[in-house]
Ligand binder design. Sequence first.
Ligand code: ADP
Length: 492
Amino acid sequence: MSPSPQKHRSLASRFSFFTGLLLVWVVTVVLLWDHTHTFSFFAGIVLIAFTLSIAFLISRFTMRVLTRPLALLREGITSVQQGVFKPIQISETNDEIQDLGNSFNRMIEELQRTNREIQQHRDLLEDRIRQRTEELENAMSTALAASQAKSDFLANMSHELRTPMNGLLGMLDVTLESQLDDEQRENLETAHRSAYSLLALLNDILDLSKIEAGRMMVEQIPFQLRPVLEDCVKSFQARAQQKKIALHFTIDSAAPAAVIGDPLRLRQIVTNLVSNAIKFTEHGFVAVLIRATPPETVPLPNSENRPALAQVSIQVRDTGAGIDNEKLDSIFDKFTQADGSITRKYGGTGLGLAITKRLTELQGGHVAVESTLGVGSTFTVTLPYPVIEEPAPSQAQVPEIPESEWSRPARILVVEDNVVNQKVVLAVLRKRKFHIDVANDGREALSHMEASEPFDLILMDVQMPILDGLETTRIIRKDPRWSSLPILAMTA
Ligand code: ADP
């Protein structure tokens, strides 16, 4: 609390009071001195009137000379306290009071000047800050755009990169099946292995770019959990046997039979984890354990029930090299490997776990790891899946008719714009003595279908100029002649 302003009497009244007191004293002394009693009543009145006049004059004088200039000064100081710098009016008294007023006004001028300078500095600073903020914002959006452009570029390049890789691998496959001498075979097998490593690396880089560009699609289709996971783990059996380690697969009986989700992405996650577990384990075992929480039904506001959600956990345990505690958090970062020497021994890029984590999170799940150096590691991925009662329909089964029972060679239409891919497909199909027609795009495919005998199967590329695979398939499906003709999508 600010102290309440002290009450004070004006200087003029003090002077008047003092002068009055002085004159009363003079009158009293005169009366006391009057031994002869010659002081008349009239003289007393005159003396009092005189006393009052003198007091009044002194009051006026002090008002003009002291009180008013001081009051103006006080007003000026109050204004300064309130942040208003304005000069005060000065009485021309030619004395210290006028000097004081002049000094005050000079101080005000000085304050005004300083204030203006401060304001200019502040404006300048604000301008600079605004300019820098704009520059930073521009730099940041340029950097973001560059990063997005990089991810977009890689995601777009996916097709362009995979197509020649496919050509390379396909041609190597076909050549490896021909007559070769030992040296040629060995050389080609080395080329084949290198091409596969390159393809794996390419796939990882492209997948990560796709995820980072926000272009990775997660499907929602019904599938059976057990076969997808079991097949995936089984595909590592040969590699585990080669390293003389046991590979176990256990699925809890409480795990749902069929769920809705993306089997391909689930496979990719499990493949990454099992492949690492086998890669970093020299003795002992790798165990894959599938468990699930009982499905929980979430009621919707309109009293319908959403399909029950089960948390399916996939645990991959190994008795391998283990990971240093300090590195545990960073192994999910891209291009991060826990141990340089181990990695040099086993190879790898440091992308697998980054992709695993992002794919898991894209599907609403999470991944955790526990590990002890020299003892082993356990990776656990938990994914929420809507459970469905009916077992999902198994993959479309096309009944296989033995070649000996064919009345004529099957007629296949290959729709593919890329010449290398055409060569690869033709090389593979020709070995089975099929009758093959090739169309370079969707429109050509439709005219082939109109002009020639009916086909038994169409192998359809997806991305093509003029008319792409999806649009062509829609047109074919609408035509009653071809509504049940099998069409297989084919892409590099
Ligand atoms: P990569 O295996 O290609 O190096 P990942 O992203 O799959 O890349 O793994 C990153 C790192 O995490 C590996 O380099 C390795 O150091 C460590 N790591 C992953 N899985 C295991 C495991 N099962 N046991 C020991 N270390 C592992």
